[in-house]
Design a protein around this ligand. Structure first.
Ligand code: ADP
Length: 464
């Protein structure tokens, strides 16, 4: 079964289920009908024989003509006679009632017992006999005479009478079932084909994507809410994520090679220049210093890049727990105010005990990045102000400086990887700090924004 298509499997299972249900249903209905009809036959036999039993009377005397009823039947029997009322019915609805005694038939029809051995009499009990001409029910009633003799009233009926209709219905049903099954298979085929059409579309689309290696392609199966549409949507989401991550990877590779090209070129040109002719000791020392600076820069680019890539890759699995944001920011402010870089003063106003669900290490790194940027791009004798407030359910962190500020053209670019403002080129840095800040904020579902004016200063907001 494994090698057959889903459509074939559905049709086979569907048809098998229909066949099974039809057979079980028909058999059950026919069996119940047979049972009910046979019970009806037995009940009718009992009541017919019991009714007839009241119509026969034995008189232990010689019959005289004066009581004769022209419609009744009189039979001489033993020392008297039997009077059989005209209401006695010998044959009705296939039921035959006759009178017997130990010597055989007294009155009625004996044809059934000509070919079959006479079964023993059993008072008021139903028995079944099987003959060549069919199965019969027998019901006996013992009648006593006043002179202590006994005779028997025996009713017989074919157990199959009335069943002919059931048999007819059964035959008809078994003739109709194959037609029903054929209809079920055709219906099943049409339903399966319609229901599984999106699967073929999904398969075609997936194959197209695989063959063409084009992750921008999507599965188009129109509107719908069923499981197949949901699979198609999941596939599309997966393709989108894959496309994004491939793009990110390509971007990363090109960014790294672009960023590393400058220090590598500087190092290689410096080596070439130094080795071209004999140099003084000072010139060698200068060359080595330059090479050392450039290699440190390369090292920090590689380190930052690796930790950024790791952060991006593991963004969904970063562990977060309830943390005291106030304590975290306050400690950082106190520690970093010791820098005293460019004689800048750091002040803070932190509302105590503001909690968030976050990753302590990443939140510290994000805040430290913003504060160190404020120092790096701050002016001589300038100020930094860090605040944390909880208003209207929003926890707002703000890092403000009165430094060089950011130009209008640059303000949208500062979040890009490796972007460095023109005025920042001379400072230390890799252009990855704010990309980290943005990624960490997004991991914590926090909103980030900036307000800045050239030469006046910048304000970075993060709202949790
Ligand atoms: P880096 O500081 O290593 O250059 P960042 O990603 O932290 O990288 O910042 C990117 C750019 O955004 C910086 O080069 C700078 O031009 C600008 N910038 C960031 N913070 C500030 C700030 N507080 N004041 C002015 N410019 C800033």
């Amino acid at each position: 079964m494994k090698k057959y298509s889903l459509k074939t499997k559905i049709i086979v299972w569907f048809s098998a289920a229909i066949i099974l249900v039809s057979l079980i249903g028909t058999t059950a209905v026919l069996s119940v009908s047979r049972f009910v009809i046979q019970k009806e036959i037995r009940d009718t036999l009992i009541s017919a024989v019991e009714d007839n039993a009241d119509e026969v009377e034995y008189y232990a005397e010689k019959k005289t003509a004066e009581f004769d009823d022209p419609y009744d039947i009189y039979i001489e029997y033993k020392n008297g006679y039997l009077e059989i009322d005209d209401d006695f019915i010998k044959q009705m609805n296939g039921i035959t009632t006759s009178l017997f005694d130990e010597n055989g038939l007294i009155y009625g029809d004996n044809s059934l017992f000509k070919s079959v051995k006479m079964p023993p009499y059993k008072n008021k009990s139903i028995s079944k006999i099987i003959t060549e001409s069919g199965t019969y029910y027998i019901y006996d009633i013992e009648k006593k005479t006043t002179d202590n003799n006994c005779y028997w009233m025996r009713g017989t009926v074919s157990a199959e009478s009335g069943l002919s209709q059931v048999n007819h219905i059964a035959k008809l049903t078994f003739m109709i079932i194959p037609i029903l099954i054929a209809l079920a298979i055709i219906g099943g085929y049409i339903i399966a084909r319609k229901a599984l059409a999106p699967v073929s579309q999904i398969n075609d689309a997936a194959q197209n994507i695989r063959e063409g290696n084009d992750l921008s392609k999507r599965i188009v199966i129109g509107e719908g809410n069923d499981e197949l549409h949901s699979i198609a949507n999941s596939f599309n989401e997966m393709f989108e994520r894959l496309e994004k991550s491939f793009e990110q990877e390509q971007q990363l590779t090109s960014d790294i090679s672009h960023e590393l090209r400058t220090p590598v070129t500087v190092i290689s040109s410096q080596c070439q220049y130094t080795l071209e002719s004999e140099r003084t000791t000072e010139e060698y020392i200068e060359a080595i210093r330059l090479i050392s600076r450039q290699s440190r820069k390369m090292s920090s680019i590689i380190n930052d890049m690796l930790s950024f890539a790791r952060l991006e890759r593991n963004a969904d699995s970063i562990e977060k727990e309830k943390m005291n944001l106030s304590e975290c920011v306050e400690t950082l402010c106190e520690d970093m105010s010791m820098f005293g870089e460019n004689n800048i003063t750091l002040k803070h106003n932190i509302e105590p005990d503001i909690f968030i669900d976050g990753n302590f290490e990443l939140i510290s790194r994000m805040t430290a990045n913003l504060i160190s940027n404020a120092y790096r791009y701050g002016k001589e004798n300038g100020h930094i102000f860090v605040s944390l407030k909880n208003s209207d359910g929003k926890k707002a962190l703000c890092v403000e400086d009165d430094g060089i500020g950011i130009s209008e053209e640059a303000i949208d670019k500062i979040w890009n990887r490796f972007y460095r403002g023109d005025a920042s080129r001379s400072t230390k840095g890799t252009g990855l700090g704010l990309s980290f800040v943005k990624e960490i904020a997004s991991i914590h579902n926090a909103e980030i924004s900036v307000e800045s004016e050239l030469k006046k200063g910048s304000k970075f907001f993060i709202s949790f």
